[in-house]
Design a protein around this ligand. Structure first.
Ligand code: C5P
Length: 315
């Protein structure tokens, strides 16, 4: 194949519970992640003699294009695993997902690179190999390979798929000048909430079971008329430390038609859930004056199902 084009969608966390610390220093998590319809786009073309080249067209700010970039790390890992160092590619990234935002944009780009380059280079890595490579690149990359709605345990890489949810509308809110470092957010969490951390499987497994029961219960999760309380333990420590998260939460809470709101991942992006994308659009319009004054940017999106996690982009 001479050229491949893929969309790489963002995610939000419908639930993020920090259970404790693991022996490897990562946090043990219980999460529900949801793919949304805000995408980057990646194009892959073959290059000779092992050259890997990455170019960027970004409406989301600058990004390192060197070996630290998760796309290049994915490309290196894939060809190393296949024992094919001579494989080369020119990769063009059209970046729309905000960077350092808690939306897994970089992780989704890496997942798209694993899939797109496998196709471009005619490699057929097994699902197990792709999952192993993904988990080595970052905690959210395995979810981004699968997409849809998933329970995510471990450091985020142990996935249990959930049925697709109705396509709720999502209003994202973020100060374009502010990003949050994930290690910083987890460090803060450990400092402030570490006293309440559980330790070991005897404490983790009952909490996983409680989350499974809640989201797989007979009363459909995220449906009904009652307001929904979403949990993000990182929001408890990031919101007090980041003024734009606090002011964004206050503004979002006033949106008409809002069903629930929370911070996504380690932030600082906030999201509000609405019955459908049209309701999210109306809420964005209604909040426009106050969000503009506060320097906050908004995006309207919707839930995306598992059938199209990383879909071939339209030509
Ligand atoms: O895996 P990823 O590269 O996304 O993780 C970035 C950092 O976030 C880790 O180095 C760690 O400090 C923190 N982290 C954590 N527990 C997790 C995921 C991430 O402590 N489950």
């Amino acid at each position: 194949m001479s050229s491949v084009q893929l969309d790489a969608p963002a995610k939000i966390n419908l639930h993020l519970e920090v259970l404790g610390l693991r022996p490897d220093g990562f946090h043990e998590l219980a999460m529900v992640m949801q793919t949304i319809d805000l995408t980057d786009q990646l194009t892959f073309e073959r290059l000779p003699e092992g050259e890997l080249r990455l170019s960027l067209e970004s409406s989301a700010g600058p990004l390192p294009l060197d070996g630290d970039n998760l796309i290049l790390r994915a490309a290196e890992a894939l060809r190393r695993d296949a024992g094919r160092p001579e494989l080369g590619a020119a990769i063009h990234l059209r970046k729309r997902i905000p960077i350092g935002a808690g939306l897994a944009g970089g992780s989704s780009d890496a997942a798209a690179a694993l899939l797109g380059l496998s196709r471009l280079w005619n490699l057929s890595p097994s699902t197990a190999v792709l999952e192993r490579l993904a988990a080595a690149i970052g905690s959210d990359v395995p979810f981004c390979l699968q997409g849809g709605t998933q329970l995510c345990f471990g450091r985020g890489e142990r996935l249990e798929p959930l049925p697709d949810l109705p396509p709720m509308g999502v209003l994202l809110l973020k100060d374009p000048q502010v990003s949050v470092s994930t290690p910083w957010a987890y460090r803060l969490c450990r400092e402030q909430l570490g006293g309440g951390y559980g330790s070991g499987e005897q404490s983790f497994e009952p909490r996983r079971g409680a989350l499974r029961q809640r989201v797989r219960g007979s009363v459909p999760w995220l449906s009904g008329d009652a307001p929904l309380a979403l949990c993000n333990d990182l929001q408890r420590v990031v919101a007090p430390a980041v003024p734009s998260v606090r002011s964004g939460l206050e503004r979002l809470a006033t949106a008409p038609g809002l069903r629930a709101l929370a911070m996504s991942g380690s932030g600082p992006t906030l999201f509000g859930l609405f019955d459908d994308p049209e309701a999210a659009r109306r809420a964005a319009d209604g909040l426009a004056a106050t969000t503009t004054t506060a320097g906050l940017q908004t995006w309207v999106s919707s839930f995306r199902g598992a059938s199209s996690p990383i879909a071939a982009a339209a030509p």
